[in-house]
Design a protein around this ligand. Structure first.
Ligand SMILES: Cc1cc2nc3c(=O)[nH]c(=O)nc-3n(C[C@H](O)[C@H](O)[C@H](O)COP(=O)(O)O)c2cc1C
Length: 241
């Protein structure tokens, strides 16, 4: 009987890669995912992620420093690559010694060599198999496969359909996002081959989240049909509630 060398096949787990206790990432949320929320998630054993979308370079630097005051655990920064100040944000990330970057809204191709040189773990958020493959070729350490159930900017494929296809297509770890709200969703993501999950909406109702109390209550009261996707016609669909 032929034996398979399991040790050779095994990729590094997401908890080992990110030096975290639980394979749970808090999704970046522009104007929302700031130091208090990010640090709370990291302190609890997940990976908090600062959303830099809409920030100036100096605002990002201040947020990174504030986060470091609140936690000594790993955390990341999300870069929306269509932002015009991405060069300055990249400089801040390197100067402030941020260890993990997640990306969205564009290709990280230009920046990948600079980030890798700085020893940064790069995790692009992808809506399709094709883009997941491209990110692996560019040197991504993992990808977040985000289904259309997610809050914020969305693709068209559901998490259930997208995730196993991305898992089959790449050999780097895959993190699932989109519609995961509790342990059942996490278990389902693992059953489909994910090594971790990224959760956004669920964190909106936390004490550390800076959105208005009424919005938190609306999230808690929301029913199955209470989210809406706008912007499909102009090619930039966004899910909100
Ligand atoms: C209010 C809101 C803002 C978001 N902003 C960003 C962002 O700035 N950058 C990004 O990459 N993803 C953003 N996302 C997506 C999240 O990081 C995450 O992938 C997504 O929320 C996961 O799906 P879930 O909301 O069903 O948990 C946002 C999501 C929400 C709900």
């Amino acid at each position: 009987m032929e034996m398979t060398d399991v040790s050779e096949e095994k990729t590094m787990s997401i908890t080992q890669l990110l030096h975290i206790k639980y394979p749970i990432m808090q999704g970046a949320m522009a104007q929302i995912a700031k130091a208090p929320l990010v640090a709370a998630v990291s302190n609890a054993g997940g990976l908090g992620i600062i959303a830099s979308g809409g920030m100036s370079a100096e605002e990002l630097r201040a947020e990174i420093r504030k986060t470091k005051e609140l936690t000594d655990k790993p955390f990341g920064v999300n870069l929306m690559l269509m932002m015009t100040n991405i060069d300055e944000l990249t400089t801040v990330i390197i100067e402030e010694d941020v260890k993990v970057v997640t990306t969205g809204a564009g290709t990280p191709k230009t920046y990948m060599p600079i980030w890798k040189e700085a020893g940064i773990i790069v995790i692009p958020v992808v809506p399709s198999v094709m883009i997941a493959r491209k990110m692996e070729q560019l040197g991504a350490d993992a990808v977040v496969a985000e289904g259309t159930e997610a809050g914020g900017h969305v693709g068209e494929t559901t998490t259930m359909a997208l995730l196993p296809q991305v898992v089959d297509a790449v050999s780097i770890p895959v993190i699932a996002a989109g519609g995961i709200g509790d342990g059942r969703g996490i278990a389902a993501a693992f059953a489909l081959g994910a090594q971790g999950v990224q959760i956004g909406t669920r964190f909106l109702a936390t004490d550390e989240c800076p959105v208005h109390e009424n919005f938190k209550l609306a999230c808690l009261k929301a029913k199955d049909r209470d989210t809406v996707v706008t912007g499909r016609r102009n090619g930039a669909p966004v899910r909100s509630n």
